[in-house]
Design a protein around this ligand. Sequence first.
Ligand code: 5GP
Length: 189
Amino acid sequence: MELLKNKIRQEGTVLNNSVLKVDSFLNHQIDPVLMFQMGEEFAHRFQDAGATKILTIESSGIAVALATGFKMGLPVVFARKKKSVLMNEAAYTAKVFSFTKKESSEITVLKKFLAAGEKILIIDDFLASGEAALGLTEIVRQAGSTVAGIGIVIEKSFQAGAAKLQAANYHLESLVRIGSFENGQVLFL
Ligand code: 5GP
């Protein structure tokens, strides 16, 4: 998606040649126009996937998942990363190691929001080692539903996640794919 590439070229910052900071439009401040353009692009790419619901993970996946759900006319559920007293109901959980926070956490979705037999479109902001996406597929499996596809805003193709998801035969669509970072520059595939 050329528009997103340009936004990354203009506003992205590369940290330690492994992490891309895009907090001006995706991870802290949010660009609503871009979000809805990305939602439209995901809706187009997954139009034949038969999805019945969208699943993402808080917090940065929510905006783009909402835009996709709006375009596709589907409800959006987000997995929570922290337990709260309000989560006192039956839930699905999966362990996820955070690439940016370097810690393990348990992600949770209340059972009442994920019924059996659904076709779930998973959406997230970044794909690095694949932990977050695989944690979400695990929750879909526990619910007795199937994965309709996995949509990622920014795939870092030089990390293991994309290969893992493709090896597991998931329909993966990434809006941009990064081959490497070199001297603070983003090299797209
Ligand atoms: P994974 O679970 O695939 O290793 O990493 C995906 C998650 O880690 C995403 O949900 C995102 O929050 C975070 N992440 C991974 N790599 C980056 C990155 O380069 N930049 C930012 N901003 N977040 C990242």
